[in-house]
Design a protein around this ligand. Structure first.
Ligand SMILES: *Cc1c(COP(=O)(O)O)cnc(C)c1O
Length: 466
């Protein structure tokens, strides 16, 4: 990969408190070995999520001062609308305070009990909002995407044949729309090829089915198209984005990702009737259509962020930082999911700690060690997050993979800090045999990973749990 450097310099700094290893040990004990219960100030480098954690530019902060807080018709709304029209070609723009509200309003409007919404992979909130309407959220990810060890350029692609088969099987009446998530968050931030988007679109148009993007990382996806799909090598990011959106009828967007802001989102569509129905619901839950749960200044920051994210040098730096961390780890023999996606690295904790079986939570043990030894917060995505008692049989379920996700915030950490993260993981890898398994000692009925309490297993228990 062509070398990247930060295409910005620092104007304001945010100090990071010094927290000693002893203090981290005390903090994680107090938190019941649950990283969600730490105070953020107890962390040196926070890789919990790339959502809402971006650093804004001086241009965005300047835009904040130009916020017009009129209840109706704020100038910032018109700038927001024009920007989204211009970048995506989608005509009707509805602001919301975050992506899941766009999903909620959309599926309330178009889905009913028995509907099926296919996607390459639904993101958690998308799936939940589809299912809340009694509809089915169906993942039709391509075969490469389902093989974690395989190196392929577009592991986020939809399985076109599966989509055709579905339409042949159930007919179009039960499918109110098709979605493509760019990049595919649940699949590790893997991109979708332009060729795939074009083909899905052709199938949808043939059958008169609307196609929407879940567009949270649309610019990162466009970067991958530019560098991996040869016919796009000489096209600008703006041109690629425009072509991507030319194949869809609308999108939902969490601006907390490629909007480069800390809060916000929107829904955009070519369908005026749909937009009107959604605006009627918007007034009930978010607000008047020219602000939709956001301040005028927020709308301005998003408008500016959406332009900045299209800068090739920024994207090259951004994806370069993620890729480089992945390479540093791979060269040191650390097992990760490959190729690295756009926004995160996934440590394969099952292979990192082969002496720990899924029911000893290798991912959680690794995530806790990474915090204690280096002050870094990642998140377990494995049996701690997805396991727990089967509601029918009462048996402990295990996840398909034991992972720790390290999501990289946009423009926040320097390359030196990223190197520190890489080195810390390599150091942990050298001491991996000493890492003990864990057990859950207290858990709620649902979504236990947010609040459950854990403890380390004794050495003998680690062996028997294995
Ligand atoms: C974050 C995200 C959402 C939900 O957006 P929020 O702003 O967190 O409500 C939906 N889809 C994808 C792909 C996301 O990454």
């Amino acid at each position: 990969m062509e070398r990247y450097i930060e295409p910005f310099k620092v104007k304001v700094v945010e100090p990071i408190a010094e927290v000693s290893r002893d203090e981290r040990v005390a903090a994680i004990k107090r938190s019941g070995y649950n990283l969600f219960k730490l105070r953020a100030e107890e962390i040196y480098i926070d890789l919990l999520t790339d959502s809402g954690t971006s650093a804004m530019s001086d241009n965005q902060w300047a835009g904040i001062m130009l916020g017009d807080e009129s209840y109706a018709g704020s100038r910032n709304y018109f700038h927001f609308e024009e920007t989204i029209n211009d970048i995506t070609g989608l005509e009707h723009v509805i602001p919301v305070h975050q992506g899941r509200v766009a999903e909620n309003l959309l599926f309330q409007t178009i889905a009913t009990k028995g509907s099926i919404i296919p996607n390459n992979s639904h993101f958690d909130t998308t799936r939940a909002n589809v299912e809340y309407q009694g509809a089915k959220a169906l993942d039709l990810l391509c075969e490469e995407g389902r093989d974690p060890g395989l190196i392929a350029p577009f592991k986020g692609n939809m399985d076109i044949q599966a989509l055709k088969d579905l339409i042949a099987d159930v007919g179009t009446d039960r499918i109110p729309m098709v979605m493509i998530t760019v990049t595919n968050n649940s699949g590790g931030g893997q991109p979708v090829a332009m060729a795939n988007i074009r083909e899905v679109s052709a199938v949808c148009r043939e059958h008169n089915l609307p196609l929407f993007f879940d567009a949270a990382r649309f610019a990162e996806n466009a970067y991958f198209i530019k560098v991996r799909e040869p016919e796009y090598a000489d096209r600008s990011i703006e041109e690629i984005v425009k072509e991507m959106f030319s194949y869809v009828d609308g999108c939902t967007m969490s601006a907390k990702k490629d909007g480069m802001v800390n809060m916000g989102g929107f829904l955009a569509t070519r369908d005026g009737d749909l937009a009107e129905r959604i605006r009627n619901l918007l007034i009930l839950v978010e607000g008047f259509p020219t602000y939709g749960g956001l301040s005028g200044r927020d709308l301005e920051a998003i408008s500016r962020g959406l332009r900045e994210v299209l800068d090739y040098r920024y994207l090259h730096f951004r994806i370069g930082q993620v890729t480089d961390l992945g390479e540093q780890l791979t060269e040191g023999g650390v097992p990760i999911l490959r190729p690295a996606g756009g926004h995160a690295i996934y440590l394969n904790a099952g292979e990192f700690l082969p002496h720990l079986k899924p029911n000893a939570f290798p991912g959680q043990s690794l995530a806790v060690s990474l915090y204690v030894e280096a002050g870094i917060r990642g998140v377990e995505i494995g049996t701690f997050m997805f396991g727990g008692k089967d509601p029918e049989t009462g048996e402990e379920r295990t996840a398909r993979h034991e992972l720790v996700r390290l999501a990289i915030p946009r423009r926040v950490y320097t390359t030196m800090q990223m190197n520190y993260v890489g080195q810390a993981i390599l150091d942990l890898y050298a001491q991996r045999e000493a890492m003990r398994g864990m057990k859950v000692v207290k858990e709620p009925a649902f979504l236990r990973h947010f609040s459950a309490t854990l403890e380390y297993l004794e050495q003998e228990e680690t062996i028997t749990a294995s």
